[in-house]
Design a protein around this ligand. Structure first.
Ligand SMILES: NC(=O)c1ccc[n+]([C@@H]2O[C@H](COP(=O)([O-])OP(=O)(O)OC[C@H]3O[C@@H](n4cnc5c(N)ncnc54)[C@H](OP(=O)(O)O)[C@@H]3O)[C@@H](O)[C@H]2O)c1
Length: 329
């Protein structure tokens, strides 16, 4: 029987998501990796429990998370039954559809047919009546945006999701989606783009647009899938993502050029009295437009490090300039 830490809400900062009533933890946990069939169930459970014990109230999933696709949601359903059903109203659980999920013309992209049936499948796998946020996972240039946003509007009105979100939308696509949803009466709660020190594309128009529209932003892979930590400073550990699950982080992408930057950033972090992971998370949160940093974790210790990030020393102008200089070198 799991009893959460009674002091959990004192350990986290909560930030308002756009102009909505919803507060998100500054650090949220995603189940993209480490929750499929290659990770022991007890290890998954210890990460989820540690997250909640430290005030992480938001768990992010998608239909295709695994491996294999669907398995992270199925495992989460088992965790739900064991640990979370009595805490459902303390949690913000999200899922998505938009990437390939099943064979044939109806298991991918952005049709009403795909989104609505996919969410029904997700709810069954997770043993939930509703999710808090349902996202269209990526833009689909071949489906009218009116249809995709209409599906999100329908899903929210049907009560199967409380809020609608978009993910991986570029500034102009996002602006149109936000406008359509607003006209339909289901405001877009949040955009979920990638963002980290190594991947700054959102600074080129998206953040300004989200700020102007008062839409929240949760940025994924803020640690560049583990690169912006001390994980790879001395080689590739056997239990790391690059070694044991290199679907998206290939060992040969950890180049000497990257390592030079990682070592310099690590020194800057240590000079600030932080770990590199903490500095990297605090950096994505430095400007209020990012509501939450969406991390992954394979161990409770990583959660314990990362939840301290929002409470690190404020960046000075000089430190930000030095980080920019390292990244541009
Ligand atoms: N919307 C989208 O298209 C999309 C795409 C990708 C991801 N996402 C979401 O974003 C979430 C996070 O993505 P991500 O897992 O790539 O994020 P990330 O936070 O950049 O990387 C997580 C990895 O970093 C390592 N790590 C974390 N904390 C650490 C620490 N304190 N010290 C050392 N290493 C640490 C761990 O690697 P090891 O496993 O090696 O220990 C962990 O698995 C996903 O779960 C998903 O919810 C969304």
């Amino acid at each position: 029987m799991y009893t959460p830490d009674p002091s959990r809400y004192e350990k986290m900062a909560y930030r308002r998501c756009g102009r909505s009533g919803l507060m998100l933890p500054a650090i949220s946990l995603g189940l993209w990796h480490n929750f499929g069939n290659i990770t022991p169930f007890a290890q998954q459970q210890s990460v989820l429990r540690c997250a909640f014990d430290n005030g992480i109230t938001h768990f992010d999933l998608a239909n295709n998370y695994g491996p294999p696709a669907g398995e992270a949601e199925s495992n989460f359903g088992r965790h739900m039954d064991l640990d979370w059903h009595t805490h459902r109203d303390e949690l913000v659980i999200s899922t998505k559809a938009g990437y390939f999920m099943w064979d044939g013309p109806y298991g991918d992209h952005g049709s009403r047919k795909y989104l609505i049936s996919s969410l029904d499948q997700s709810l069954k796998r997770m043993h939930l009546d509703y999710v808090d946020i349902f996202y269209h996972h990526r833009p689909d240039p071949d489906t009218p945006l009116e249809e995709t946003m209409g599906a999100l509007d329908h899903i929210v009105r049907s009560g199967k999701a409380l809020y609608a979100g978009i993910s991986n939308y570029k500034p102009e696509e996002a602006r149109r989606a936000i406008k359509l949803l607003r006209e339909m009466g289901t405001p877009c709660l949040i955009e979920q783009p990638s963002y980290s020190m190594f991947n700054r594309w959102i600074e080129d128009g998206l953040t300004d647009m989200l700020r102007a529209e008062n839409v929240g932003c949760i940025c994924f892979a803020p640690l560049a899938s583990g690169l912006l930590t001390d994980r790879y400073l001395n080689g590739i550990p056997a239990d790391s993502r690059a070694a044991h699950d290199p679907r998206f982080l290939k060992p040969d992408s950890i180049t000497e050029d990257k390592l030079v930057k990682i070592r310099s950033l690590n020194e800057l972090a240590l000079a600030r009295g932080q770990k590199l992971s903490q500095m990297a998370l605090q950096w994505v949160l430095r400007d209020g437009v990012v509501t939450s940093a969406l991390i992954g974790a394979s161990k409770p210790e990583q959660i314990l490090d990362n939840v301290k990030a929002p409470f690190g020393p404020e960046f000075t102008r000089e430190e930000l300039d030095r980080i920019d200089a390292v990244l541009k070198a």
